[in-house]
Each structure stands twice: as structure tokens, then as C-alpha cells.
Design a protein around this ligand. Structure first.
Ligand code: NAP
Ligand code: GDD
Length: 347
């Protein structure tokens, strides 16, 4: 694919795992990158601090703007001011278990937030391309393998909100001719993964147990099957979808299933520990309705975009454990310039 020069992109959710990798990728391709950041009383930009350049500098190409998907007027103002050629909507309340505790907030951000952004694009009259971060959670109870034609059967307020956003995106494509695409992404992880998602919870605990500062790891359902890939590969797929000639929806996945138990085993054994000495079941981590098995078929993305996952679950577990072990080794020695585990461009 030819690389664009000097394009401008807006990323919502730039402070999250995917947003940080996508910002890196777009900057490396010569884009000017604008990111929507939620106002918080504490800093929430640790994943992108390594990319930040003072906007007064002539070579600055990353610009951050306060905003929130719950504030539609602000979205219109930002779009008309920034005039991006590409908009990546990655912002969401993205934790499935939390969506049962905060279903209305999840609906407002993960669901209505996308509609507000689509409507802001329409009202601003911009001719831009739009990426919606859709999710394999939409398939829910539909058995694997899941692809673009698999019926949706969401099993959480999060999954239901993502289905709403998926159809809103398709509707704006069909109703207004907007170049709007859904990337239906299966789970993807990295050392930058939020600490309460199961992979990162496991790999951080392994590092802490190895260091002797923790002994037990409390987990819920170990039988769930997920198709875990590596986040930097997936943000490349997002970009490819927006460079395509035709607006369409694509699944990104590795095509392989791995249970939570297998991820635990791979993580503990990487540092010579027996997981059964440390992992304890805690029912508080169960969900009222579970998604038992997600295994994606990314054949369409491979054929149309040339995208294919390279990193699979066992390698991912080892890569994440290694990063957390390094981070743990630096903890408690603040005078050492800590390797930016959260900020490694390629970790
Ligand atoms: P993440 O790490 O949880 O990041 C979510 C981002 O959304 C953060 O930047 C967060 O800001 C921002 N955000 C939350 N509520 C917001 C609001 N009301 N207004 C503006 N920004 C808001 O998620 P991720 O793993 O990078 O995933 C990116 C997107 O892909 C999400 O939409 C997620 O649902 C979807 N997805 C993820 C996966 C996966 O396996 N990672 C798979 C399929 C789909 P703060 O930093 O301030 O919290
Ligand atoms: N978080 C968590 N914590 N999950 C646990 C735990 C635990 O202690 N114990 C077992 N699990 C199981 C969950 O029940 C689930 O079956 C599986 O581990 C994965 O949970 P998460 O890592 O929280 O991810 P998820 O699959 O629910 O959702 C992620 O992937 C979706 C794509 O399929 C999120 O990134 C979503 O935003 C994303 O859309």
C-alpha cells in the first residue's frame, strides 16, 4: 500500500492501549495526529507521553484536545477546527465486567458516543474516513468460528452498546455515503494493556509473584476461550481498512483459541513457576452472562487488505510477562530511569 504524506487524523481514545499504538503508527507514516483526551484530575496520558512534543516546537505533529464522547457539541467544534482526513473512534468504556456495574454509562459512551461522533462528522460537512472500533463481543453466544456474517448475540451491556455502534456506522455509510467502516476486532493485548483485563492481570501478577511481593492471584472463569492477538498488529489493520478503495467491515483475529487457563500456564511457566501454587478462584470475577468462546476467521481481511496476525497467544503471554518482569525490577528504584514499559514503541 502507498503511504500518504502529511495526512491529518483524529483519534478518540488516544490514551488507551490501541490509541497509543495507532498514534505511533500514524506519526511514523508522516501524519499529523490529533487526540481526544478526557479531562481528569490526575494524568491519564502515560501511554503517549513518549510521543509528546511541545506544540510550540515547529516539528510537533501530535496535538491533544480535551473532549468527551458524551459532549456532542465539543465533537462538532473539534472536527470543524481540526478538519481530519481520517477519524478513528477508539474511545469507549471498554471493560465487559464493568459494563454490568455501569450499564447506562457504558451505553452512553460505547454506544451513543459513536452516534454523537458520526453525527458530528455529518454536521461538520467533512469529507473524511471513519473507523469504528467494533468488537468480537458482539458475537457473544454465537459459536465459533465467527466472521463478518456471523449473527450478533451480545452477552453484556458492553456488547449491546457495540452492536448499536456497529449498526450506526453501517447506517451512516448507507444513508449518507460516508466512508465509514467497522473493524470487528478480537481480543488484542500488549504490555500496555489495562491492568484489569485478564491477560495483563495475569502477567503483572506473575512478575510480582516472581519478585516476592505478591503470592496469590484471584481469577474467575478459567475455561473461557479467547483469540488473543498482539495490539500493534491490529492497529495496522485499522489503518489498512481506511486506505482501502471500498468502505467495508472486517474481522481481525488470529484464528486460534486459547483458554484463560492456558494463558495462565504459559505465563507462569515462562518464569519457572507452577500456576496451581498461586491461582485462586474468586467468584466476584464471574460475569452474569459469559461469552464462552471467541475464535475469529480473518480470511476476508487477509484477502482484501493483505492483513494477517503474526503473534499468537503463547508468544504474547511470554512477551507480556517479560515486559512486566522488567518493569517490576525497576520498581522501588525510582532513581533509575524506568524503561517506559507503557511506552515502548515495539514491546
Ligand atoms: P482502552 O485501553 O480501555 O482505551 C479506551 C480509551 O477510551 C481511553 O483512551 C479512554 O480514556 C477513552 N474513553 C473512555 N471513555 C471516554 C469518553 N467518554 N470520552 C472520551 N474518551 C473516552 O481500550 P483499548 O483496548 O485501547 O480498545 C480501543 C477500542 O477498541 C475500544 O473502543 C474497545 O472497546 C475496542 N476493542 C478493543 C479490543 C481489545 O481487545 N483491546 C477488542 C475489540 C474492540 P482514559 O484513558 O481517560 O480512560
Ligand atoms: N478481566 C478479567 N478478570 N477477566 C477474567 C478474570 C479476571 O479476574 N478471570 C477470568 N476472566 C475471563 C473473563 O470472564 C473473560 O471470559 C476472559 O477472561 C477475558 O476477559 P477480559 O480480559 O476482561 O476481556 P473480554 O474478552 O471480556 O473483553 C475484551 O475483549 C473484547 C473483544 O472480544 C475487552 O478488550 C473488550 O473491550 C473487547 O471488545
Amino acid at each position: 500500500m502507498t503511504e500518504p504524506a502529511g495526512k491529518r487524523a483524529l483519534i478518540t481514545g488516544i490514551t488507551g492501549q490501541d490509541g497509543s499504538y495507532l498514534a505511533e503508527l500514524l506519526l511514523s507514516k508522516g501524519y499529523e495526529v490529533h487526540g481526544l483526551v478526557r479531562r481528569s484530575s490526575s494524568f491519564n496520558t502515560s501511554r503517549i507521553d513518549h510521543l509528546y512534543v511541545d506544540p510550540h516546537e515547529p516539528d510537533a505533529r501530535l496535538f491533544l484536545h480535551y473532549g468527551d464522547l458524551t459532549d456532542g457539541a465539543r465533537l462538532v467544534t473539534l472536527l470543524t477546527t481540526i478538519k481530519p482526513a481520517e477519524v478513528y473512534n477508539l474511545a469507549a468504556q471498554s471493560h465487559v465486567r464493568v459494563s454490568f456495574d455501569e450499564p447506562v454509562h457504558t451505553g452512553d459512551t460505547t454506544g451513543m458516543g459513536s452516534m454523537r461522533l458520526l453525527e458530528a462528522v455529518r454536521l461538520s460537512g467533512l469529507d473524511c474516513r471513519f473507523y469504528q472500533a467494533s468488537s468480537s463481543e458482539m458475537f457473544g453466544a454465537s459459536p465459533p468460528p465467527q466472521d463478518e456474517d456471523t449473527p450478533f448475540y451480545p452477552r453484556s451491556p458492553y456488547g449491546a452498546a457495540k452492536v448499536y455502534s456497529y449498526w450506526a456506522t453501517r447506517n451512516y455509510r448507507e444513508a449518507y455515503g460516508m466512508f465509514a467502516v467497522n473493524g470487528i476486532l478480537f481480543n488484542h493485548e500488549s504490555p500496555r494493556r489495562g491492568e484489569t483485563f485478564v491477560t495483563r492481570k495475569i502477567t503483572r501478577a506473575v512478575a510480582r509473584i516472581k519478585a516476592g511481593v505478591q503470592d496469590k492471584l484471584y481469577l474467575g472463569n478459567l475455561d473461557a476461550v479467547r483469540d488473543w492477538g498482539y495490539a500493534p498488529e491490529y492497529v495496522e489493520g485499522m489503518w489498512m481498512m481506511l486506505q482501502s478503495d471500498v468502505a467495508d467491515d472486517y474481522v481481525l483475529a488470529t484464528g486460534r483459541g486459547f483458554t484463560v487457563r492456558e494463558f495462565v500456564e504459559a505465563s507462569f511457566s515462562h518464569v519457572g513457576l507452577d500456576w496451581e501454587d498461586h491461582v485462586v478462584f474468586d467468584e466476584r470475577y464471574l460475569r452474569p452472562t459469559e461469552v464462552d468462546a471467541l475464535i475469529g476467521d480473518a480470511g476476508k481481511a487477509e484477502r482484501a487488505l493483505g492483513w494477517q496476525a503474526k503473534t499468537h497467544s503463547a508468544d504474547l503471554a511470554r512477551l507480556m510477562v517479560a515486559a512486566d518482569v522488567t518493569a517490576q525490577e525497576c520498581e522501588g528504584r525510582p532513581w533509575i530511569d524506568q524503561p517506559l514499559v507503557a511506552g515502548w514503541p515495539s514491546a
